[in-house]
Design a protein around this ligand. Structure first.
Ligand code: SAM
Length: 551
């Protein structure tokens, strides 16, 4: 049976039956505005939290209890308060729900096929091995149409061995015979090929989401659409203008990585990407320069479109091959583990060292440099000693890295970056008011800039950006957006800053309003640029062993 699709979408079947890419998803209407919702998917075949959050997340609506309201700076502003009470299914004692409605809905959505198995696993520990087993449902209707790439996985020895182990585990877990092994392997291949990593926009928690209709969308490293997740719903939105009948593509992977890293990540999908980014091996600056939605940045922290089109980088200094080699070396250093300050510092120093050719060429947006800086900024945000120094790094990432990597300013990561600056301005604002700033920070330029800055107006402008773009690129229910709106309402109610607020409102309504634009330029963008200009010397001092120049 063909998958059910919203009316804005249709499936195109490739007439060549040997083509690897049999089907693709196309629009039935034009979507001229970037950030528009193309379709929502509310009845997935699978929508599961990942293992660690299974018992703290309602297994149906996927609301979670583990997060805390963020009042301190965090990379995850807007997470929800832990007000949810979860109760376990009385039969299996394994699935948990926030209420009877979710429990009933989950039963219909598939729990009835797994509840008996889950109960039996509990009973095996408790003694009742003879309980009758249900027939495993695996998926609901719609599974049959899914591509599994089974032969591709079989040829990839390592992964296939993994699937065999997992299939054996699943079959034993479900109390089924060996005859089910092939079917279990096929299901694992289908999940791997078609399920999306459901990264919750608020909590950052992951899981999987599989919808047979959405599974028809193909990959491109220069996609025209993206998916956002809001609890049990996936929302497909335009990243740039899309014509009627045009194929919808999303990126299955981090499409800003160097080409060989992208192709390695795509190995799981068994095809060779021949999108324009891959064909001509375009870097992020080359993609950014010609992006059809570049103009949206006129209302952003990098409104200078000329700079986005002609960045002052020295490409001649680093070849594409060198970038590939830098990325490989950087990856080999591994990921940060544990919480030891020294270990983190050593890793950051080693990464910074590997990135030196990119630093010298000022190619700030080319990976792995932005990730090196962002991860350090996240760490410093919560460090007692380094919190003030995190601010220049966040300003730098939001002006020199993110707008080039993610051209659309409504992409959730960019909005989170803007909100992270707001949170830090709130903290440094308190240090300024209490006179603590100079004891927390030895950089005179940084202290002086913050002391002179109208940090409240800076926050208001940033919140206006977050609210505007958040309303385009995410649902109204997005925690970050709700928090931005609440903080903006608080600022608007402050007495004595009517003039500033009026000018910022004028700028938000029309970024070219002469008075509003002049105020934004001098009171917001100016200080952000100055803060950003301290980032590299801070990094060189902390990571490169150079002295921190006092200004
Ligand atoms: C989620 S499915 C997409 C729908 C798929 N085309 C189908 O007919 O079922 C993922 C699979 O589609 C194929 N695919 C996706 N993007 C592709 C691309 N850009 N070029 C070639 N094949 C692609 C690969 O076989 C991949 O494993």
């Amino acid at each position: 049976m063909p998958p059910q699709l919203p009316p804005t979408l249709r499936i195109h079947h490739n007439p060549d039956p040997t083509a690897p890419n049999r089907r693709s998803l196309h629009t039935t209407t034009a979507f001229p505005t970037p950030g528009t919702t193309i379709a929502t998917f509310t009845t997935p075949l699978l929508a599961l939290p990942d293992g660690p959050s299974m018992r703290t997340t309602c297994n149906y609506c996927l609301r979670t209890t583990t997060t805390e309201l963020t009042t301190t700076p965090s990379t995850n502003p807007g997470s929800q308060s832990p007000t949810l009470t979860l109760k376990a299914c009385t039969a299996c004692q394994t699935a948990v729900y926030c209420g009877a409605a979710c429990q009933r809905a989950h039963w219909k959505a598939g729990h009835k096929g797994e509840c008996g198995m889950l109960a039996r696993v509990r009973d095996v520990q408790g003694g009742d091995r003879d309980r009758a087993l249900p027939t495993p449902a695996f998926f609901g209707e719609g599974e049959g149409v899914l591509e599994g790439n089974v032969e591709g996985f079989r040829a990839d020895g390592e992964l296939w061995r993994d699937f065999e182990l997992q299939a054996k585990g699943a079959v034993v877990y479900a109390g089924l015979g060996e005859g089910w092994l092939g079917r279990a392997r096929e299901v694992l291949c289908k999940i791997q090929t078609n399920a999306f990593n459901r990264l919750d926009a608020d909590t950052g928690m992951t899981g999987i989401f599989l919808d047979a209709g959405l599974a028809m969308v193909n990959h491109s490293c220069v996609p025209n659409a993206f998916i956002g997740f809001d609890k049990r719903t996936a929302v497909l939105r335009t990243e740039r203008p899309i014509q009627e009948g045009e194929e919808i593509t999303i990126s299955y992977i981090d499409n800003t990585l160097p080409k060989s890293a992208r192709h390695e990540a795509l190995r799981l999908y068994h095809f060779k990407c021949d999108c324009p980014r891959c064909k001509d091996d375009l870097d992020v600056y080359e993609v950014c320069r010609t992006s059809p939605h570049l103009r949206l940045n006129s209302f952003s922290l990098q409104p200078d479109l000329t700079k986005l089109r002609n960045p002052s980088i020295d490409k001649a200094k680093v070849s594409k091959e060198e970038i590939e080699a830098i990325y490989k070396k950087w990856k080999a250093l591994g990921e940060p583990e544990g919480n030891d300050e020294d270990d983190h510092l050593k890793l950051a120093q080693a990464r910074w060292e590997v990135c030196q050719p990119l630093v010298e060429a000022k190619m700030w947006a080319v990976e792995p440099l932005p990730t090196t800086i962002s991860q350090l900024a996240m760490r410093w945000q919560t460090s007692y000693k380094m919190v003030v120094y995190a601010l220049p790094l966040l300003c730098f990432v939001s002006t020199e890295c993110d707008p080039i990597k993610l051209v659309a300013p409504f992409m959730p990561w960019r909005i989170k970056g803007v909100m992270a600056i707001v949170m830090l301005l709130a903290v440094t604002g308190e240090f300024t008011a209490s006179g603590e700033l100079a004891t927390r920070c030895t950089h005179e330029g940084l202290v002086g800039t913050l002391a002179m800055a109208d940090q409240v107006s800076m926050c208001e402008a940033l919140l206006r950006l977050a609210v505007h773009h958040g309303s385009i690129g995410a649902s109204e229910d997005w925690g970050v957006l709700k928090e931005a709106k609440a903080m903006l309402a608080d600022l608007e109610s402050l007495q004595g800053r009517e003039q500033e607020s009026r000018l910022l409102q004028a700028w938000a309504k029309d970024p070219e309003d002469p008075e509003g634009a002049a105020f934004f330029e001098s009171q917001v963008l100016g200080p952000i640029k100055t803060l950003s200009s301290f980032a590299v010397e801070g990094l060189e001092a902390m990571l490169g062993g150079k002295s921190l120049v006092k200004r």
